[in-house]
Design a protein around this ligand. Structure first.
Ligand code: M6R
Length: 616
């Protein structure tokens, strides 16, 4: 939520910042703004709406040359998405400009204090109080901007990444973080701060992770990091292992289309290096200690949205392979219900961004109860893996589209690897059984490729159904979380009523929603394997069809029975039951994307959403 970027060096700061904001716009697009220092003055431009509006404004009201500046793209929390509430916010004396990602929880008290002191606030945001506090702290800090930031941060509660500039110190940008992401980009004669490396990867792939409660001061030739008390701290440098092209559309019209197409590679990359020549799973020694994993008596998965659906899929597999009970809990609910976790619980936090606040807070709660924690994450250097005992990275590459696609498939892969590893160290499966599943996993990239080669029927159907008011999704077993995921994609992209149900649950209430012509997409289990599931879903299909539903079956090649009961059949390759989510989800992603396009909507940046949800 909110993208921030700061630059100091010798290039035109405005160009660097606007390019960076373009890369960060997925984090929020309610408004955008920049502030630069020129001739001892702050020059600010900001505008409600997408970055394009800001660019138009700057086009009609150009900004002067400058080599130092900050920029922001907003996902609104306090105060509506207006010009007035857009960042940067400037102190009353015009000396300091600040941008912010997160929520200052004690802003009301601070605002009252400032108002009592005669400050007139110009916006409804929580951020603006920081600009005034910084300006008030500067004289006490003898003009040291980093010290003023530390003093200010010590007064703040909540989650924040803050970046500021002082018009009297033109070669300096100061930033701070608590519970929100911030990385430093290390260049030659230039340095960057940003909420994501994507903002500066055009300029440098050398970066620095900032820890919790730290302040960084960047100048063209120096980077100084301290804690909030002013003590120097050690930082962890890292190399960004993807380049600009990975974060661009690469010939596709939409990031989502590109990311859907990247899934075979993402799955293959996430498996690579995890399976030894003798077909054993290898997680790095640092990632998991076998003795500790043998002592585990329960697994709890915490995650949000799509990541939670990946966890739900994994539950079926991990329980089956390890005979350990697996609970999957929405991270936002977890810590508020006094969950039973302890030293024998393995808590797996799944998060693409590694910054989702609900998941981070749930993780911290689990750690505080003594649980062992493992992160499944796609973003190297982000907070959730950093705070977990162990991490298994997915190698999906940057996911820019707000709707998660390749992250979902790779999260399932990673969670399956954890399950198989548990089975391996606990001896709950024979080696040849594990080997068989690894071979199946290995074949999945080519199966996903086959699905991608045959998406035209699903696109055509999406266009045909684009004026529907509601679409229902049914699944059983692992098909149930796939149904939830299909519905989530349609809701967030096509702004349409969509719900996923466990097919057997329908008759307990939701079947009342069925009326003439309502599209019902059914994820049909394989007729081979556990064919009882297939029989049951055929009955469920008949129940809805008898009430007028238009049934679209996602069914495997060779399932001839289903054609008799469905209005449309979308074919997917025949794979074992536990592998089906990896192929069955793909047509649902394509369906949602195509339907949103047919409805004339912005697929990559759906309304009201942000890619990385860093508030609770
Ligand atoms: O970064 P995370 O995986 O922690 O994000 C979790 C959810 O916010 C995310 O999956 C969200 O549901 C997606 N927009 C769904 O497409």
């Amino acid at each position: 939520m909110c993208g921030i970027v700061g630059y100091v060096g010798s290039k035109q700061a405005l160009d660097v910042i606007v390019n960076g904001l373009r890369r960060l716009e997925y984090r929020g697009y309610d408004s955008a703004g920049v502030a630069i220092i020129s001739d001892g003055a702050l020059v600010v431009r900001k505008k409600a709406g997408k970055l394009a509006n800001l660019e138009t404004l700057i086009g009609s009201d150009p900004m002067p040359d400058s080599t130092t500046g900050i920029g922001h793209t907003r996902w609104a929390t306090h105060g509506g998405p207006t010009d007035r509430n857009a960042h940067p916010h400037v102190s009353e004396d015009g000396r300091v400009a600040v941008i912010h990602n997160g929520i200052i929880e004690n802003f009301a008290g601070l605002r009252a204090e400032l108002t009592a002191a005669g400050v007139v606030l110009a916006s409804e945001t929580d951020t603006e109080v920081v600009a005034h506090l910084l300006a008030h702290s500067l004289p006490e800090a003898d003009g040291d901007l980093a010290e003023a930031m530390r003093r200010t941060c010590r007064r703040l509660e909540g989650a924040f990444t803050l970046v500021c500039i002082d018009r009297t110190q033109p070669d300096l940008v100061v930033a701070a973080r608590r519970n929100s992401p911030l990385v430093v980009g290390l260049g030659e004669g230039e340095n960057f701060v940003a909420s994501d490396v994507a903002a500066f990867v055009d300029h440098t792939r050398s970066a620095l992770e900032l820890g919790q409660d730290q302040v960084v001061a960047i100048r063209p030739d120096s980077v100084v990091v301290t804690d909030f008390a002013g003590e120097p701290v050690e930082t962890r440098p890292f190399h960004v292992d993807w380049d600009t092209s990975a974060a661009e559309k690469g010939g596709y019209d939409l990031y989502m289309l590109k990311e859907i197409a990247e899934q075979p590679r993402a799955v293959a990359d996430s498996l690579r290096g995890r399976i030894s020549k003798d077909h054993r799973i290898q997680l790095d020694a640092s990632e998991a200690e076998d003795a500790a994993l043998r002592a585990v008596t329960k697994v709890v998965v915490i995650a949000c949205g799509t990541a939670a659906h990946a966890g739900m899929v994994a539950k079926y597999a991990i329980e089956h392979w390890t005979r350990l009970p697996v609970e999957v809990e929405l991270a936002s609910e977890f810590r508020y219900r006094d969950p039973i976790v302890g030293p024998d619980t393995l808590v797996i936090a799944i998060s693409q961004s590694g910054e989702t606040m609900d998941t981070l807070m749930a993780l911290r709660h689990a750690k505080a109860q003594g649980a062992k924690t493992l992160a499944i994450c796609n973003t190297v250097g982000s907070t959730i893996p950093r705070e977990s005992d162990a991490v298994l990275y997915t190698y999906a590459g940057p996911e820019i589209s707000v709707a998660s696609t390749k992250a979902f498939l790779t999260q399932i892969i990673a969670a399956y690897l954890v399950g198989l590893y548990l089975a391996q160290v606990r001896g709950s499966m024979f080696e040849d059984e594990i080997r068989g599943i690894l071979e199946e996993l290995d074949s999945m990239p080519s199966k996903v490729d086959l699905v991608l080669d045959t998406t035209e029927p699903v696109r055509a159907l999406a266009r045909e159904l684009a004026s529907s008011t509601s679409v229902l999704f049914l699944g059983r077993h692992v098909g149930f979380p796939v149904a939830l995921e299909g519905a989530l994609k349609l809701k967030e992209l096509a702004y349409m009523h969509a719900e996923g149900f466990a097919a057997g649950e329908l008759k307990h209430g939701p079947i009342a929603l069925i009326e003439e012509g309502v599209p019902v997409i059914v994820i049909v289990p394989s007729p081979r394997g556990r064919s009882v599931l297939h029989d049951k879903i055929v009955s469920n299909i008949q129940e809805v069809r008898a009430r007028g539903a238009r049934v679209i079956a996602i069914a495997e090649e060779g399932d001839e029975v289903i054609a008799e009961f469905a209005d449309h059949v979308i074919r997917i390759p025949a794979v074992p039951t536990l592998m089906q989510p990896l192929v069955a989800t793909v047509p649902l992603q394509v369906f949602a994307c195509e339907m949103a396009t047919a409805r004339g909507l912005d697929v990559d940046q759906p309304r009201n959403l942000a890619k990385s949800v860093t508030v609770e």
